[in-house]
Design a binder for this molecule. Structure first.
Ligand code: SF4
Length: 417
């Protein structure tokens, strides 16, 4: 005891990154490392970056500075999407010892063996076109809800997005592989799995498909709840919606990116659907499952978005029977087609539009929650205790806060809202 090397992680960005950090952590623990909190002293610090976060560079610099102050002799490794996109920029941050790109991050244990503090910063990355092969990942023990990565990368070319450049082409696990992971998770007592991917609806790339995956999982024993993290509207087929409607384990909860309610802007964004298709999907979901929660991603301030375009988005969302919005403010990204579009929307207008939609989201969520007041729904309670209280979510993703009871942790309880 005491001689084990310690490693600490910090994750920026999305659920996929969180599940991959968990996998990196398990890999290093298997190699004899002991995991500690990022705030504590560690021999190795790993920062898993994101390219979607604004200021990824700034955030990264700040974290590295913090590490240098408390542990100047420790190794600092940067990985994730931003590391793939801007390896040289990251390597130039004082105190960074190694940058691991998309293909190399799962070889972290091997690369660490060859790393000594004080050497020149090592960059291990290759062209994203060369990145292939799929690494399944899941987070366990972190939360009651486990994020299971079943797909990675994306073949679409939405004009604002750098993810295909950071994560490479679309590739997936096989259904067989997913089933093996699900069984493992069930044996570990996991109750809820969130199926995660970059372009999840593209699962299987034509050889298998997401519907087949979902119907296979639906027939398995062991896991009580599945959620679909986010799925493109053009890939969310009627049969997937019907499967969820008839399933006891797939929760009535969808997250569907819209990005804009203006067809003109959707065209400029190179999205693969128009607003009419989106409205149809929502209508079918709500007809089959009136109680379903629907989350929507929207981007405001995309180049060329006029006041009229924004008003169209607002009116469309206002009318649409959806539950909550995730509102993103457009920000310029290197090497994207959107940079060539215009006119550019002034930053203060982008922020105003963001605020307007966030208000709309708040109202929609309130309206949704009120519809279920007094009803009893099933809540899966989570582990964390905060001031004597615990949190959980209903099947249709309403957050519940209740006085902490140990026996409720990771259990599904009938709860009157
Ligand atoms: S579907 Fe579009 S926004 Fe989503 S990851 Fe692919 S390119 Fe990016």
């Amino acid at each position: 005891m005491g001689s084990k090397k310690t490693v600490a992680f910090h994750t920026l960005g999305c659920k996929l990154n969180f599940s991959e950090t968990s996998t990196l952590s398990r890999m290093l623990e298997n190699e004899g490392f002991e995991k500690t909190a990022f705030e504590d002293h560690a021999d190795v610090y790993v920062i898993n970056t994101c390219s979607v976060t604004d200021n990824a560079d700034k955030e990264c610099r700040q974290l590295v500075r913090r590490i240098q102050r408390k542990a100047p002799e420790s190794l600092v490794v940067i990985t994730g999407c931003y590391a793939q996109l801007k390896p040289k920029e990251i390597a130039s941050i004082p105190g960074v010892d190694m940058v691991l790109g998309a293909a190399e991050k799962f070889n972290i244990a091997h690369h660490l063996k060859e790393l000594t503090k004080g050497d020149a910063t090592k960059i291990c990355s290759c062209d994203i076109e060369e990145v292939s092969g799929f690494h399944s990942s899941f987070s366990i023990n972190d939360r009651t809800r486990t994020f299971l990565k079943v797909q990675d990368g994306c073949d679409y070319n939405c004009s604002f997005c750098t993810i295909p450049m950071a994560r490479g082409k679309s590739r997936s696990d096989l259904i067989e592989g997913v089933v093996a992971n699900v069984n493992k998770l069930a044996a570990n007592g996991v109750k809820e799995i969130v199926l995660t991917g970059v372009n999840l609806g593209d699962f299987g790339e034509g050889k298998e498909n997401f519907y087949e995956l979902a119907s296979t999982l639906n027939k398995l024993e062991g896991i009580q709840r599945y959620r679909i993290s986010s799925i493109e509207p053009n890939l969310l087929t009627n049969s997937i919606i019907e499967l969820v409607a008839n399933s006891n384990t797939f929760m009535p909860h969808f997250h569907i990116p819209l990005q804009s309610g203006s067809n003109r802007i959707l065209g400029l964004m190179r999205r693969r659907y128009r607003r009419e298709l989106y409205a149809e999907r929502v209508k079918l979901i709500k007809t089959l499952m009136p109680h379903a929660a629907i989350g929507v991603d929207v981007i405001v301030g995309f180049p060329g978005e006029t006041n009229e375009d924004f008003q169209e988005t607002f009116d469309f969302l206002h009318e649409l029977d959806v539950t909550y919005l995730h509102v993103f403010t457009y920000s310029e990204r290197d090497n994207t087609h959107a940079l060539t579009l215009g006119p550019v929307v002034p930053v203060h207008v982008r922020h105003e539009r963001n605020k307007t939609l966030r208000n709309l989201s708040y109202m929609k969520q309130q309206y949704f929650n009120q519809q279920f007041a007094g009803e009893t729904r099933k809540v899966l309670f989570e582990e964390n205790e905060k001031n004597g209280m615990m949190e959980g979510y209903t099947d249709n993703y309403i957050k519940v806060v209740a006085p902490y009871k140990q026996e409720w942790v990771n259990n599904i309880i009938d709860w009157k809202l």
